[in-house]
Design a protein. Structure first.
Length: 226
């Protein structure tokens, strides 16, 4: 038996028969239940299986190519199979290391297969309109939330654009507090409060300098117009 010290699977003594079983257990190129042909596939053709703009297509293609690379027999595997059609002997120098490498490859292959299945299923579900770009399932409720969010975003952008158009090249004290703050893009929160404070200071400074502050601006600060 061949000792495997410090292997990820823990301390274990593997027999030649067990090692052969590990090699045989390396899965063939099976992805999401479908057996691949021996034809070489490239990234572009794999991505092309899905609709343009599919956010999971590229990841699915990358995962599949990596899986095929791991699952495909190495040149050494092929040579050994041809040289020893009845099986490879054990007990020679270096066998322990080669068995460990074979097991590691089998583990990586299984992980790669899981990634392929996940990303291909996600890409297919996206094409079918079942999930969104974040991978979340689309429901009537989620559509309603999305529409509301889009509507809110459009209203926000329109509000900022209108304020910036009104302010244009005017001094801050020449426009109302709301217009000045909206034009900065800060519509709420602490940043909004700081911007509004800056506006008040600008109005106070303009009054001290005797500048003609518009009545609608003074209306924002009754205490300053006394």
């Amino acid at each position: 038996m061949l000792p495997l010290r410090g292997h990820p699977f823990g301390a274990h003594r593997i027999t030649p028969a067990e090692a052969a079983g590990v090699v045989a257990a390396i899965p063939g190129p099976v992805v999401a239940g479908a057996v691949l042909t021996g034809r070489e596939t490239d990234r572009e053709s794999l991505v092309g299986r899905y609709r343009p703009g599919n956010p999971f297509a590229s990841k699915a293609a990358k995962a599949r190519l990596e899986y095929e690379r791991l699952a495909r027999p190495t040149a050494r595997d092929v040579a050994m199979a041809q040289s020893f059609p009845l099986g490879v002997g054990f007990g020679r120098k270096g066998d322990e290391k080669r068995v460990a490498q074979t097991i590691d490859r089998a583990v990586k292959t299984q992980k790669a297969l899981a990634e392929v299945q996940f990303y291909e299923a996600s890409a297919t579900a996206f094409d079918a309109g079942e999930i969104n770009t974040q991978g979340r399932r689309i429901t009537p409720e989620s559509l309603a939330r999305s529409e509301k969010s889009q509507s809110t975003k459009e209203k926000r952008e329109a509000r900022i654009a209108e304020a910036r158009q009104i302010k244009a090249n005017k001094e801050s004290w020449e426009v109302t507090r709301t217009i000045y703050a909206d034009a900065t893009g800060y519509l709420a929160g602490g940043a909004r409060s700081l911007v509004e404070y800056d506006h008040r200071e600008a109005v106070e400074s303009a009054l001290r300098d005797g500048k003609p502050v518009p009545p609608e601006v003074l209306a924002d600060y009754p205490d300053l117009s006394r």
